[in-house]
Design a protein around this ligand. Structure first.
Ligand code: ADP
Ligand code: MG
Length: 245
């Protein structure tokens, strides 16, 4: 349902040594919303994603998923990681497992799904990302764009409440970027809640409900794509846009 907070960060702070990498971050992502996070390298975008999935701890503030604080450890943490899927720049597929096995692994291990049921569902998901014919191949036999689509299918296999994407197309050859963005656009249309760190401004303009501009550990702007791209307020964002557009 729109208008209902699914991910909520309040007053979140984190340092790496002296570096204040997340500074008083307030961010709400509603159910079904697509939030694109952009900004210069080193601004804290990856750390933000990792904090939401609790791959990083925070020092102060709160992060809630669906109205509940992120769990600290144990089974509840594994459950959280399943509920908030993450897709990385580097695909992170298991090289020694087939495409189908990559997708089945977490449902069988974490969810205790039956193998035949998990395999059926994995084929369904592969069909959704246009790769059902590649089920028995190994990741190295696929192109980068295909591997990233498998990584998305793998995240979807856990029926996540939200998906985080950290520069999902940055490692891809240009001709493969669109096939991955198209899968992401399709997910957005289907109502998936998504936080997407990307430099693909076309995707931000066409698919985002909001653009969050992050620099030096702060959220500098948080506005609609129309507002952000036509009239950025901060010098930081103007400077960033003038370099990439
Ligand atoms: P972005 O994704 O926007 O490029 P990151 O979140 O990766 O930014 O990094 C923000 C800053 O934190 C950078 O200066 C980076 O060097 C630093 N940083 C990231 N991870 C670590 C770490 N594990 N230890 C120390 N410094 C880190
Ligand atoms: Mg990053």
């Amino acid at each position: 349902m729109a208008g209902e907070a699914l991910i909520e960060l309040r007053g979140v702070n984190k340092h790496y040594g002296k570096l204040h990498v997340l500074q008083d971050i307030d961010l709400t992502v509603d159910r079904g919303e697509v939030v694109v996070v952009i900004g210069p390298s080193g601004g804290g975008k990856s750390t933000l994603c990792r904090a939401i999935n609790r791959l990083e701890t925070i020092e102060s503030g709160t992060i809630e998923l669906d109205g509940r604080p992120l769990p600290e450890e144990g089974r509840a943490l594994a459950q959280l990681r399943a509920e908030v899927g993450m897709v990385f720049q580097s695909f992170n597929l298991f090289a020694h497992k087939t495409v189908l096995d990559n997708i089945m692994l977490a449902p069988v291990k974490v969810r205790k799904q039956r193998k035949d049921e998990a395999a059926r569902r994995a084929r369904e998901l592969l069909d959704r990302v246009g790769l059902v014919s590649q089920a028995d191949k190994y990741p190295a036999q696929l192109s980068g764009g295909q591997q990233q689509r498998v990584a998305i299918a793998r995240a979807l296999a856990m029926d996540p409440k939200a998906l985080l994407f950290d520069e999902p197309t940055s490692a891809l050859d240009p001709e493969m970027i669109n096939e991955v963005l198209e899968v992401m656009r399709q997910l957005a249309r289907e109502g998936m809640t998504m936080v997407v760190v990307t430099h693909e401004m076309g995707f931000a303009r066409s698919a985002a409900n909001r653009v969050v501009f992050m620099a030096d550990g702060r959220i500098v702007e948080d506005r609609t794509p129309e507002e952000f791209f036509t009239a950025p307020r901060s010098e930081r964002a103007k400077d960033f846009l003038s370099k990439i557009l």
